[in-house]
Design a protein around this ligand. Structure first.
Ligand SMILES: Cc1cc2nc3c(=O)[nH]c(=O)nc-3n(C[C@H](O)[C@H](O)[C@H](O)COP(=O)(O)OP(=O)(O)OC[C@H]3O[C@@H](n4cnc5c(N)ncnc54)[C@H](O)[C@@H]3O)c2cc1C
Length: 382
C-alpha cells in the first residue's frame, strides 16, 4: 500500500474542501458536528456536484471512482462537519446491496434519486429482542400471491423517520432457520401499515426510529437477491462500510480544535497537555491509515472483513479517548473561554462526548468486531 495520495486525489480533496467551506459557512458549529445531522438541501447540492455515488459503477449512475476516493470524500465531509445523514445510509449501505444483488428495475428505481440526493434510505436489521444478533430476526415476511406480508418491528433505525425506502431484513424461513431463513426486501416507507416512532438519544437529537410493520404488503419484485439469502448480503455490505474513516475525520477535527484552544488560552504551555495531545494526534494518523488500508483492499477485490473490524474498534475507541481528553484539558475554564472564542464550542464538545458511546455500538459493536478479529483474523474459533 502506498502511504500517500496521488496528485489527483489531493486535488479532489481540495475541491471538496472548497465546496464544503462554501456550503457550510452559515452553519452554527454546534449544529454541524458529527456528520449525523440531516439537511436535505445539503444532500441535494452534494448530489448535483456528483459527490454521492462516487464509488458506484458508471453504468449505474455512479462516479466509477475508487473506495479510497470515497474515503477521502467521507473524511473531508466529517472533518468539516457536513450533515451527511441525507445520503449516508442510502449511498453506503442500501445502494451497494442493490448494485450487487438487485434487479435492473430495483436499480433504476433507487439509484438515480439517491445519486441526485433526492431520497434518503434506511437499513432495518436490529430488533428489540435480538439486537446485535441479526441472525435471530423475528420480523416475518410471509410470501403470498405475488407479494410479501410483513409483520414485526425494527429498533434503533438511523434515519427511519425521513427515509423513502427501507432495506429490511425479515424472516422468510421457519423460526428455527436462523441466518439461513432471512431475506432482504426494499420496502417503500409510504406503504400502509408502517408506523415510525422517533427515538431520542443521549444528547437530545432524534436520529433513530422504532419502526412497526403491521400487515405491510411488499411486492414480490422488491425482494433483493435470493429468498433466504439476505444474511450473506447483509454481512457483506455491513463489512464494506465499517472502515470508519468518518470517525477519523471527527478525531482530526477535534485535535485541530484542541490545538487552537491550547494556543488561544495558553493551556499548551503545560507539558502534560502537549504530551497527551501529541500522542493522540499520532494515534489519529495511525488510525487514518488503518481505515484507508481497508478501502485499498476493497479496491483490489481482496478480503477486508478483519481489517475493517480492526479499523472500527480502533477509531471508535480513539474518538472516545480524544473526547475524554478534550474535557480534561478544557475543564470549566475551557467551557467559559470556548463559548467566547469559538475555538471549542461547549455544546459541540458535550454532543461529541455523548455521541462517542453510540459509535462503539452502531454499525457493529466493539465486542462483535473483536469477535471477527479473533475468529477470522487470529483463527481463535469458537
Ligand atoms: C448509533 C447507532 C446507529 C444504529 N443504526 C442502526 C440502523 O440504522 N439499523 C439497524 O438495524 N440497527 C442500527 N443500530 C443498532 C445496532 O446496530 C445494534 O444492533 C444494536 O444497538 C445492538 O442491540 P442492543 O443494544 O439490543 O444490544 P445487544 O445485542 O443486547 O448487546 C448488548 C451487549 O452485548 C454485547 N454482545 C452481544 N452479542 C455478543 C457476542 N456474540 N459476543 C460478544 N459480545 C456480545 C454487545 O456488544 C453489547 O455490548 C444502531 C445503533 C447505534 C448505537
Amino acid at each position: 500500500m502506498d502511504f500517500q495520495f496521488t496528485p489527483e486525489q489531493e486535488t479532489f480533496r481540495r475541491e471538496l474542501a472548497d465546496f464544503l467551506l462554501t456550503e457550510l459557512k452559515n452553519y452554527l458549529i454546534a449544529d454541524y458536528t458529527w456528520g449525523d445531522c440531516y439537511d436535505p438541501a445539503f444532500t441535494r447540492r452534494a448530489g448535483e456536484k456528483g459527490y454521492i455515488g462516487l464509488a458506484w459503477p458508471k453504468r449505474l449512475w455512479g462516479g466509477g471512482r475508487s473506495m479510497v476516493d470515497l474515503h477521502i470524500c467521507t473524511e473531508e465531509m466529517t472533518y468539516r462537519g457536513a450533515p451527511m445523514m441525507g445520503h449516508w445510509i442510502a449511498e453506503r449501505l442500501v445502494a451497494p446491496a442493490v448494485i450487487a444483488c438487485g434487479t435492473p428495475e430495483q436499480q433504476a428505481l433507487v439509484l438515480p434519486p439517491i445519486a441526485r440526493g433526492e431520497i434518503a434510505c434506511c437499513v432495518g436489521l436490529a430488533e428489540p429482542q435480538t439486537g446485535c444478533d441479526i441472525g435471530g430476526a423475528e420480523t416475518r415476511a410471509v410470501e403470498k400471491d405475488g407479494y410479501f406480508e410483513v409483520n414485526g418491528q425494527k429498533m434503533f433505525i438511523t434515519g427511519g423517520q425521513w427515509c423513502r425506502y427501507c432495506l429490511l431484513l425479515a424472516r422468510t424461513g421457519t423460526p428455527e432457520s436462523r441466518h439461513r431463513g432471512l431475506s432482504l426486501l426494499l420496502v417503500d416507507m409510504r406503504s400502509p401499515g408502517i408506523t415510525v416512532n422517533r427515538l431520542a438519544c443521549l444528547y437530545g437529537d432524534y436520529p433513530f426510529s422504532h419502526i412497526f410493520f403491521d400487515n405491510v404488503r411488499v411486492p414480490g419484485t422488491m425482494l433483493v437477491g435470493e429468498k433466504n439469502g439476505g444474511f450473506k448480503i447483509t454481512t457483506t455490505f455491513m463489512n464494506h462500510d465499517r472502515s470508519s474513516v468518518e470517525l477519523i475525520g471527527i478525531c482530526r477535527r477535534l485535535i485541530d480544535a484542541l490545538v487552537r484552544y491550547c494556543q488561544d488560552t495558553g493551556a499548551g504551555r503545560d507539558a502534560r497537555v502537549r504530551q497527551r495531545l501529541a500522542g493522540l494526534a499520532t494515534e489519529t494518523e495511525v488510525g487514518k491509515w488503518i481505515c484507508y488500508r481497508a478501502a485499498w483492499l476493497l479496491d483490489r477485490g481482496r478480503p477486508m472483513d478483519v481489517e475493517s473490524s480492526i479499523a472500527k474498534v480502533y477509531a471508535s475507541d480513539l474518538m472516545q479517548r480524544i473526547a475524554n481528553e478534550a474535557l480534561r484539558i478544557c475543564r470549566l475554564r475551557g467551557i467559559a473561554v470556548a463559548g467566547r472564542t469559538g475555538a471549542l464550542n461547549v455544546e459541540w464538545l458535550q454532543k461529541l462526548y455523548m455521541n462517542c458511546l453510540a459509535r462503539t455500538i452502531g454499525g457493529g459493536s466493539d465486542e462483535m468486531m473483536r469477535n471477527v478479529v479473533a475468529q477470522w483474523g487470529l483463527g481463535l474459533l469458537k
